[in-house]
Design a binder for this molecule. Structure first.
Ligand code: SAM
Length: 174
């Protein structure tokens, strides 16, 4: 039995480089029914339990207009994750996978995203379904689901660019 932050057979941890400060600020917190990882869903569902997203001051004004969207994209910080594994064995299966080929909470920068169903807005609190995080998880950002969002600025030629035939396409450096 491996504890919540334990390492499984053949998993590979590395020494974490010194932290750099990206200047992130926690803009709120997510209140959910789950207090242990064992009971937290691996991915949220739109028919899952109602959760609350509380926005802190001074960000509450930034909620203006969110009620127009049926779904929001939520970015959050999995604050109780270890961050040093490069190879992981989900469910202790014995098979190893690179961290960037997984949606595991264990990653160098434990940023998670979910598309949630917005059920209502009560002042500075959003009622949502579709979360999969521990109670009290810090909130990084909220955006409208991109499938529902139409920019208010008129379309630009760059929005329709396809293929590689452009002046600044990404070139291999080798
Ligand atoms: N939906 C997000 C994504 O795909 O980016 C997160 C998926 S991740 C697999 C969800 C799992 O992260 C949960 O089942 C739980 O085990 C873990 N988790 C949730 N909240 C956490 C937190 N605050 N700190 C560490 N681990 C957390």
């Amino acid at each position: 039995m491996v504890g919540e932050n334990g390492i499984r057979e053949n998993e590979v941890a590395v020494e974490l480089p010194p932290a750099t400060d990206a200047g992130l600020v926690f803009i709120g917190r997510i209140l959910t029914p789950w207090s242990t990882r064992m009971e937290t869903p691996r991915q949220g569902r739109h028919d899952g339990p109602l959760c609350r997203i509380e926005i802190y001051e001074p960000w509450r004004q930034a909620l203006q207009g969110v009620e127009a969207f049926e779904r929001l994209e939520v970015l959050y910080w999995l604050d109780r994750s270890r961050r040093d594994l490069v190879l992981q064995s989900p469910a202790n299966s014995g098979k190893l996978h690179g961290t960037f080929s997984l949606r595991s909470p264990v990653r160098p920068n434990p940023i998670a995203t979910s598309i949630v169903k917005l059920e209502g807005v009560e002042g500075a609190t959003l009622m949502v379904r579709g979360m999969d995080c521990l109670d009290g998880t810090p909130l990084l950002d909220l955006k409208p689901d991109r499938a529902l969002f139409k920019p208010s600025a008129p379309p630009q030629p760059r929005d329709f660019q396809t293929g590689d035939d452009v002046a600044h396409s990404c070139k291999k450096a080798w």
